[in-house]
Design a protein around this ligand. Structure first.
Ligand SMILES: Cc1ncc(COP(=O)(O)O)c(C=O)c1O
Length: 343
């Protein structure tokens, strides 16, 4: 099966399994796990932050960040299609008691002006406590639901500047920040600067079996460790997992560009097919979204032929490229889509 459902479907290679098996471990709740400590130091350095905490998932990392930066009743600005809004199952309300205020915009981004307009102006005739207390803005880079799209660094800086002048905290959901770096050459710490906290994942393009990290100031990460424990995320000999993450950072970061090339080649190939529409401008990293009149039927036919993709709506299909998909397999997958879409 050529599995294009997600970049989370990768399985650890023999070399990664060896690194995992040989990892030095200790009790992470006591900060005794040398491999977790090494991973946290490595990630903090890569992102230019004082500290980082290793957690089980990207969702947990984002949820902890929301709790670190807000109080119940606060409002948080997110993109309308943000993972935090669409795929974390109301966790923001459940875990932190906050309201999410969406801003829409193309390719998963929005402007500084939109952010400023989203903050309610206290009306002089009304007490200010009647207006939403907006305390945090979250950006997502790359943006999953927009197709793995990358924030323009200049536009991002303008949004961050506006957020600072509005007194907001800033969190980056960088589950696939590594892909943004691989595509643009802009270092992770440059993307991360200006954010109070940054979530990164090891279980996606980097191919580790489990794990994410939240990086930020010493103070914010100390608070994050408390909420990690409260959310039931304190884990013990987690060095086994951290070893996979370290292996992925060391060995699979450089090769992400290959996934991007495969995704683009696939997108270009299917763009010529009858019954398929692809916005090639959205194919900036390893994710391809395309429209087709009968997404479910096309996905079923491709599955029969050995290509797994996700139908994410009646007319929307997603294909994601990762280290377990070769250039040849990307070509073969495109041939199947071409064949069944125009049948
Ligand atoms: C942008 C983004 N943020 C967060 C997550 C959550 O990561 P996890 O599946 O590890 O909870 C994902 C997962 O795909 C994602 O795409």
């Amino acid at each position: 099966m050529i599995d294009l459902r997600s970049d989370t479907v990768t399985r650890p290679s023999q070399a990664m399994r060896k690194a995992i098996a040989e990892a030095a471990v200790g009790d992470d709740v006591y900060h005794d796990d040398p491999t977790v400590n090494e991973l946290e130091r490595t990630v903090a350095d890569l992102l230019g932050k004082e500290d980082a905490v290793f957690v089980a998932t990207g969702t947990m990392s984002n949820q902890i960040a929301l709790r670190v930066h807000t109080e119940p009743g606060d409002t948080v600005i997110v993109h309308a299609a943000a993972h935090i809004r669409r795929h974390e199952l109301g966790g923001a309300a459940h875990n932190s008691g906050v309201t999410l205020e969406p801003i829409d915009g193309p390719y998963g981004a929005f402007t500084a002006e939109q952010l400023t307009e989203a903050i309610p102006e206290p009306h002089p005739a009304l007490p200010s406590h009647l207006f939403d207390p907006v305390t945090l803005v979250c950006l997502e880079n790359t943006h999953n639901d927009a197709g793995g799209t990358i924030w323009d660094i200049g536009e991002m800086q303008r949004v961050l500047d506006a957020a600072s002048s509005l007194g907001l905290k800033k969190h980056l959901d960088g589950a696939r920040l590594w892909n943004a770096t691989a595509a643009t050459g802009i270092a992770p710490d440059v993307y991360a600067s200006g954010f109070d906290t940054v979530n990164v994942c090891f279980s996606k393009g980097l191919g580790a079996p489990v794990g994410s990290a939240l990086a930020g100031s010493r103070e914010d990460i100390a608070r994050a460790r408390r909420f990690k424990q409260i959310f039931g995320g304190g884990f013990r000999q987690a060095g086994l997992l951290a070893a996979g993450a370290l292996y992925g950072l060391e060995h699979h970061f450089e090769r992400l560009a290959q996934d991007h090339a495969n995704a683009y080649q696939f997108a270009v190939a299917i763009a010529d097919s009858r019954g398929v529409t692809v916005d090639l401008d959205s194919v900036q990293t390893n994710i391809v979204y395309f429209a087709t009149p009968h997404a479910g039927a096309l996905v079923d036919a491709c599955h029969e032929a050995g290509v797994a993709m996700l139908a994410l709506g009646p007319t929307t299909v997603r294909a994601v490229f990762h280290l377990d998909v070769s250039a040849g397999e990307a070509r073969r997958a495109a041939e199947h889509v071409q064949r069944f879409a125009s049948a």
